[in-house]
Ligand binder design. Structure first.
Ligand code: PMP
Ligand code: GLN
Length: 384
């Protein structure tokens, strides 16, 4: 049927997100799916039992707009005990439908037509569309090889009167790098005396290896004052499908955030919030996560130590980058497709995280998988 063209697309260059595309291709070709980031094992058995408990107890109506108080309270305690920052659960913490909604909400609350937002690429794919839907302009700065570090001189040069926001993400998807204390001090320096707002995407805050600390912006008062900190229970509790996350920010920023939040979703799944609040009271459920995933990272890289892929070290997240420059000169998108079709393994080509699809012959593999899945994946990678 021929329909009239009623919409002049607001996102003409945006297609379906790479995560959906690759997961579908993996399913269509019966390939091992190390592309989209999600565990292939279940969440802790207590979690669904707790949701059931609260559903049976009649917690089935709208939650308060900002989130269930007990969940906000325990998040305030966690933020204070881990990062030494006090946030008022009543005014400064909001439960969201995943980190994606929190990011969109914070951007919408701040960005106006013509405002510039600095992001670092390779960058998570939801930032730029959210900026542009709000009339903002994305300023892309590249993380520097070999360690995907921020070039702070370039940041200084990029900042001007129109710069309204900087988005950071540590531990970083897709590279697995983490920001250091020195990075945080540089961020304080370049934003000092400006009205720049920061979004700190900390969804992998608990997935950090080799006993390194997580440098949350909450630890740095000068940064915390201007930051929306965003996290997600999907990553922390192996429950990506629940789509529950949260945002922490000073009351004046949170006030604006909630004005948008209340008309975007109003509130988030009630029984899940009660369940998360109870589950969070056992600190091991998140404090052990770094060690849990470090074992998986080490298991995976040991299994592929004789493969021809070159390993790019990961300090956090559940992603491992592998360079195939010794194996092929194909574009990473073509190579990733060939790995699915010919070898039965799915990954994410890292060029998709660059505005200009810069290709460094690098693929991202998610190791949030059972040992047997990692073994099957490694057997394939070792043969290529
Ligand atoms: N930020 C980053 C860096 C991510 O990797 C993800 C997805 N895993 C999100 C945000 C979105 O998280 P959620 O699924 O809670 O929306
Ligand atoms: N964050 C996950 C990843 O990087 C996927 C999220 C999504 O599918 N939107 O793979």
């Amino acid at each position: 049927m021929n329909y009239p063209n009623l919409i002049d697309s607001k996102l003409p260059n945006v297609g379906t997100t790479i995560f959906s595309v690759m997961s579908k291709l993996a399913a269509d070709h019966n390939a091992i799916n190390l592309s989209q980031g999600f565990p292939d094992f279940d969440c802790h058995e207590e979690l669904p039992a707790l949701v059931d408990k609260y559903m049976q107890a009649g917690r089935n109506q709208y939650a308060p707009m900002a989130g269930v108080p007990s969940l906000r309270e325990i998040l305030a305690e966690k933020t204070e005990s881990l990062y030494g920052a006090k946030y008022d659960p009543e005014l400064e913490i909001t439960i969201t439908a995943g980190a994606t909604q929190a990011i969109y909400t914070a951007i919408t609350a701040v960005i106006r037509e013509g405002d510039e937002v600095i992001i670092f690429e390779p960058a998570y794919d939801s930032y730029q569309p959210a900026i542009e839907l709000n009339g903002g302009k994305t300023v892309h700065l590249q993380l520097q090889a070999p360690g995907y570090t921020i070039d702070w001189e370039k940041v200084k040069q990029a900042i001007n009167q129109r710069t309204r926001m900087i988005i950071i993400n540590s531990p970083h998807n897709p590279t697995g790098t983490v920001l250091s204390a020195a990075d945080m001090l540089m961020l304080s320096e370049v934003t000092k005396g400006t009205d720049i707002v920061i979004i700190s995407d900390e969804v992998y805050e608990h997935i950090i290896f080799d006993d390194q600390p997580h440098h949350s912006v909450a630890r740095y008062r000068a940064l915390a004052e201007r930051s929306f900190i965003i996290s997600s229970f999907g990553k922390t509790f192996h429950a990506t499908g629940w789509k529950v996350g949260y945002c922490v920010a000073p009351a004046n920023l949170m006030d604006e955030f909630r004005k948008v939040h209340q008309f975007l979703v109003f509130s988030v799944n009630t029984p899940v919030q009660f369940a998360l609040a109870e589950f969070l009271s056992q600190k091991d459920h998140y404090l052990e996560l770094g060690r849990f995933y470090q074992k998986k990272r080490d298991y995976f890289i040991d299994l592929i130590k004789s493969a021809k892929f070159e390993l790019i070290p990961a300090a956090g997240t559940y992603f491992q980058l592998l360079s195939y420059k010794n194996l092929s000169r194909e574009k990473d998108t073509d190579y990733a497709l060939r790995l699915i079709k010919e070898f039965g393994i799915a990954s994410i080509p890292v060029s998709v995280f660059y505005r200009q699809q810069e290709d460094h012959s690098v693929l991202r593999f998610c190791f949030a998988k059972k040992e047997e899945t990692l073994e099957k994946a490694a057997a394939i990678l070792n043969k290529i």
